[in-house]
Design a protein. Structure first.
Length: 374
């Protein structure tokens, strides 16, 4: 190939192609919709280590799909819901979809036992009342008919026609079992039908709780003779422990460099639970801020006290069989075979572990065993 051909043909051609690629890049950057599915660091300490779960939830919301968040620690579940609906994060989380999302939060533990079907929907749909006149009129029609099935369906249609999506968040969904007016086919079946009216639904339901969906359905059978698996339209995510490499990454991200002994204490005590890791690190920070002579030992005491309160609340929130199964494992008594289902639930959430050699169940994480022993 001659020098003249390189200068007069190939170099201009390469320059032209390079320019075209640059222009194309700018065009795509300007005209491609913003679809960033959760980017950047998580500001809340309670959510460190939950990036994967948050990205999953954001994708589900954007695509109109419902989800159940199952985990042992109530504050962790609550923090996830708060982050998902926080106005400061919405553009970053949902891109150009953010401005068409409406969030509604209900805590089932705050509802009266006789809380009615109509009261539920009036509160759940309240956020859409002031969006625009079309939705306001549809909401008013629902009120006038005591939230009749056909009017509820029309309201969801109006949401879809106007490109809105309602994200209904229900905390502590397992407590629905204690609300007779809401443990009916009319309510549970109606909720499912509204959320699955289309493949890209304008009603997304996110529930949080400490029992798996199938356990909820099992308990429901004692209340509704012909109970259907009403929540089978949801996909579940389990807030279990993280693998050790992920925990190591979180420890490296800590504001203050941790000693080898401090890292060992945190990793061995928390069993890979990022929520417990946050409590352990805050205990250390408190000890250093108080200028304790032996900060690690004081931090262990602070951590143990906080875990005791946490564990007491946790056991009170469980169903009786789950609490009994956990107690039997803690007491190292052998008669746990009849609680296999409950133990499998606890194992999924990283609270018990089965020894592969002898089949015995053990409490996990270690700090729980230590608190119970005391």
């Amino acid at each position: 190939m001659s020098i003249d051909m390189i200068y007069h043909y190939w170099l201009p051609l390469l320059a032209g192609l390079t320019g075209a690629f640059i222009v194309l890049g700018f065009y795509r950057a300007l005209h491609t919709p913003n679809q960033t599915f959760y980017g950047g660091a998580i500001p809340e300490p309670q959510l460190r280590g939950r990036d994967k779960e948050l990205r999953f939830l954001v994708r589900r919301i954007i695509t109109g799909q419902s989800t159940a968040i199952i985990g042992s620690f109530e504050r962790e579940r609550t923090a996830i819901l708060a982050h998902l609906r926080d106005a400061e994060h919405q553009t970053k989380l949902y891109g150009d979809k953010a401005e068409r999302l409406i969030f509604s939060l209900m805590d089932i533990s705050t509802l009266d036992e006789q809380y009615s079907f109509a009261q539920f929907w009036e509160e759940a749909l309240k956020p859409i009342e002031k969006i625009d006149s079309t939705l306001s009129n549809a909401y008013k029609a629902c009120q006038d008919s005591d939230f009749d099935k056909s009017d509820l369906e029309q309201l969801i249609v109006k949401l879809e026609q106007n490109n809105w999506r309602l994200v209904l968040m229900l905390e502590r969904f397992e407590l629905l079992l204690h609300h007779r007016p809401l443990t009916t086919s009319k309510f549970l079946g109606g909720l499912r039908n509204l959320a699955t009216a289309s493949s890209n639904s304008s009603l997304v339901v996110i529930v949080t709780g400490n029992i798996p969906i199938f356990r909820f359905h099992q308990e429901l059978k004692s209340l509704i003779s012909n109970a259907s698996p009403y929540f089978n339209f949801m996909e579940s995510i389990i807030l279990g422990p993280l693998p050790e490499p992920e925990i190591d990454k979180l420890l490296v991200q800590n504001e203050r460099d941790l000693t080898t002994d401090e890292c060992r204490f945190i990793k061995e005590s928390t069993g890979g639970h990022p929520y417990l890791l946050g409590i352990a690190i805050s205990s250390l920070q408190e000890a250093y801020e108080n200028q304790e002579k032996e900060p690690l030992e004081i931090a262990k005491q602070i951590f143990s006290k906080r875990i005791k309160n946490l564990l007491d609340n946790l056991r009170q929130s469980w169903f009786p069989n789950t609490a009994q199964a956990f107690r039997l494992v803690a007491q190292k008594r052998g008669e746990v075979a009849r609680f296999n289902s409950e133990l499998e639930d606890l194992a999924q959430q990283g609270l018990v572990i089965q020894n592969q050699e002898n089949g015995e169940w053990q409490i996990c994480p270690r700090i729980f065993s230590e608190v119970i022993a005391e």
